[in-house]
Design a protein around this ligand. Structure first.
Ligand code: 1GP
Length: 248
């Protein structure tokens, strides 16, 4: 009998300004690449590793999760781009519905396709409203999902989309400007949603500066996801460490 756990979801809701480092196993999946990253991320006291990408092969995903679990105690959360991106070694899975789009594949089809396997797994499944916001570039997730992100000046549409998904049962909201976005999700999206509900909020896409981290924490975002910028500049983990030390 499938029993859903809630440990990671509860942790998401415990505080604001938690940090997730996103690893795309298509780009990073060897011990030689991952071990130094794990060491620096541990020193920076990050809260989670997120693993996934738009076009990741399962074998690369599984290998990456295994290395992370064998070499660190930081929880590993799957952030899948498709129904094949599963691993029983992960702690949790964001069961993403792309509710900003109107493509049924990313609203329900991928979910049905993986459910027989998922129900057998020992992974915490978190029903997540995944909302793409225009980040000033065409993101690979918008292209792969063939959906249009919410315009950045349409805060109401973003917030109403999140609220509708929450009333449909989603337990988490992820606002994403897409990997490598030129501009992050506007903080107003988070500020406004926080006024109505206590559901945990994740934000990602284009986060590059300490100012971004502080602004999102102040706006009430629970988890801030950083991928691309750390691939370009691993030393940003030192800024993250300073942020964690000052803000904790
Ligand atoms: C993308 O939210 C993530 O889906 C992270 O974005 O790679 O731009 O940090 P970046």
């Amino acid at each position: 009998m499938f029993e859903n756990k809630t440990n990671i979801w509860e942790r998401f809701g415990e505080s604001t300004g938690q940090i997730a480092v996103l690893i795309d196993p298509e780009k990073t999946n060897t011990e030689a690449e991952l071990i130094p990253l794990i060491e620096k991320a541990t020193f920076a006291k990050i809260d989670y590793f997120f693993v996934g990408g738009s076009t990741v092969l399962r074998k690369d995903l599984e290998k990456t999760v295994q290395i992370l679990k064998a070499s660190s105690t930081i929880p590993v959360v799957l952030f899948p781009g498709s129904s094949t991106q599963l691993s029983n070694d992960a702690d949790a899975l964001l069961f993403l519905s792309l509710v900003s789009g109107r493509n049924p594949d990313f609203l329900i089809t991928h979910h049905v396709n993986c459910i027989e396997e998922l129900i057998q797994m020992n992974v915490e499944v978190i029903p997540t409203a995944y909302i793409l916001v225009d980040g000033g570039t065409k993101s690979s997730v918008a292209y792969v999902s063939q959906t249009t992100p919410i315009p950045r000046d349409q805060t109401n549409i973003g917030v109403n989309t999140a609220l509708a998904a929450i009333l449909q049962g989603k337990k988490l909201v992820y606002f994403d400007a897409g990997s490598g976005a030129k501009e992050t999700v506007p903080v107003e999206f988070i500020q406004k949603l926080k006024k109505s509900i206590h559901t945990p909020i994740i934000v990602g896409g284009g986060i590059r500066t300490s100012e971004d981290l502080i602004a999102f924490k102040k706006a009430g975002a629970n988890v801030l996801v950083i991928g691309n910028h750390l691939e370009e500049n691993i030393d940003f983990l030192l800024d993250i460490q300073a942020f964690k030390t000052i803000m904790d």
